[in-house]
Design a protein around this ligand. Structure first.
Ligand code: EPZ
Length: 443
């Protein structure tokens, strides 16, 4: 199995480009199920999760018809060739929770969807009750069988209505995507209250509008959808990945580096840049945003990182998907920082691994107090989920000595060739088979 071997202590310097957003691309791909026409998506990142979604869509008769084009081009053209299949099997759904976002499109377009209920997740409890609450409000009849959810459209079809979609932890991103995708083909008007405001939801709504949907309010907690009979074709470029951009900013900061980050959706990540600047990181726009809100920024950081506190929240608050990466940085801050995780209260599997590298962390429930240390030391560590893996890569870049990161398949789900891109700006990081790593470095 592959591991990353990271030699720490090198400043990162140079230019690095942010790719298309994984969390925007997945619901956009699922939305291809909503139309009989071609859907062309551009800047789709080359990731394991994208491959999983492509496989799921193919099983559901929605094929990528430009298969000969290399994935690295990022252009995917989808076409529904067989709309009889309505079952998203457990074998695929268990590999990727985001499979759930085919539920709304399949239900609305084909009248019935059977999908495996997503199982456990290392970042914590992730029910789909809000998704089902929204679809039930549109009239769907939901039953359960052998670990599957079975959703059926009632005679007369789905009907628009007003839905409150807020839950214990606030809005739901993929729940909003599912309900919005179903409502575009429902009869009448749907109002989603406490909708997710994430840029990925705005991107989905904008693409659906280009396909002929009638949606307003995307980006605000109240989205209104006027149902239409059918949707047309579309050619859409996915937004840039704000979480990858935030990971690169943290990489520059933790190595006291100097990175120029291109294609950065800076306007979609103001809560994160606010905290980075509070920690003493200098972020300058090198040029203004283009029509797709992407800019080039220059990130530099001095030797002293200041302690900060933050609480993760739904957008536009601080994103939970940057919590782990920011924690790695604060391990080296000059003082005590406090992080509270409000979205996934158990999302702290990286804490024990950072402690193995000499970090001084104290967890109390969904809050972690980080007492900054002068240095981290390289060690063998275990990745547990996508963002925790990124956190360990960052800690390894700053640590003295060698860090060996196991289970990096988690990382490949959300970062395209991370080691190559970081090495291009000065990191000493390589992907090797764990059998070739000297025993000492893996114990
Ligand atoms: C999306 O997951 C992202 N995934 C996650 O990114 C991200 O962490 C999360 O949003 C929050 O920003 C994708 O977009 C593919 P939620 P999603 O429904 O939609 C609770 C990454 O690292 N909830 O917004 O599944 C839930 O348990 C991944 O890229 C219910 O209670 O998250 C959580 O506490 C990890 N009932 C909170 O709401 C529901 O029906 C927010 O979850 C749905 C959610």
């Amino acid at each position: 199995m592959d591991v990353f071997v990271v030699e720490g202590g090198r400043r990162l310097e140079g230019r690095i480009r942010v790719g298309g957003s994984k969390n925007a691309a997945l619901p956009l791909m699922a939305a291809a199920l909503l139309t009989d026409h071609k859907v062309t998506l551009r800047d789709i990142p080359n990731l394991a999760d994208i491959q999983n979604m492509k496989r799921l869509l193919a099983e559901l008769g929605c094929h990528r018809i430009n298969e000969s084009a290399p994935d690295s081009d990022g252009v995917h053209v989808f076409q529904n060739t067989d709309q009889t299949e309505c079952h998203a099997r457990y074998e695929i759904v268990r590999t990727m929770r985001a499979s759930i976002c085919v539920l709304g499109p399949i239900l609305a377009k084909r009248g019935m969807c059977r999908i495996a209920m997503p199982g456990g997740c290392s970042i914590g409890d992730r029910p789909v009750d809000l998704h089902l609450r929204g679809l039930t409000a549109l009239g769907a009849q939901i039953t359960y069988e052998a670990g599957d959810i079975i959703a059926r459209v009632p005679p007369g079809g789905l009907r628009g209505t007003t839905i409150f979609l807020g839950g214990r932890f606030g809005s739901t991103v993929l729940g909003t995507a599912n309900v919005m995708s179903a409502a575009v083909l429902a009869k009448g008007t749907t109002v989603i209250e406490s909708a997710a405001c994430e840029p990925e939801i705005v991107d989905l709504a904008n693409m659906l509008v280009k396909m002929g949907a009638k949606i307003t309010g995307q980006g605000s907690p109240r989205i209104t959808i006027e149902g239409v009979k059918e949707l047309g074709s579309v050619d859409h470029r996915v937004i840039a990945d704000r979480i990858e951009a935030g990971t690169f900013i943290a990489a520059a900061a933790i190595t006291n580096g100097d990175l120029t980050i291109e294609n950065c959706p800076i306007d979609a990540m103001l809560s994160a840049t606010d905290r980075f600047e509070a920690a003493g990181v200098d972020i300058r726009r090198v040029n203004g945003e283009d029509e797709l809100m992407r800019a080039t920024i220059r990130v530099t950081a001095g030797r002293v990182i200041k302690p900060v506190e933050f609480t993760t929240q739904p957008h536009p608050g601080f994103p939970t998907d940057l919590q782990a990466q920011f924690m790695a940085l604060l391990c080296l801050a000059d003082g005590n920082s406090v992080i509270t995780e409000r979205i996934f209260p158990e999302r702290f599997l990286h804490v024990a691994e950072l402690s193995r590298m000499g970090a001084n962390l104290f967890r109390q429930g969904s809050t972690v107090i980080i007492s900054g240390v002068r240095r981290l030391v390289g060690a063998p560590v275990m990745a547990s989920d996508l963002r925790a893996s990124a956190c360990l890569v960052l800690a390894g870049l700053a640590a003295e000595g060698t860090t060996v990161i196991h289970r990096i398949y988690h990382l490949d789900r959300g970062y395209d060739r991370l080691e190559t891109r970081l090495a291009a700006v000065g990191a000493r990081i390589s992907r090797v088979d764990d059998k070739t790593v000297p025993a000492a470095a893996t114990e």
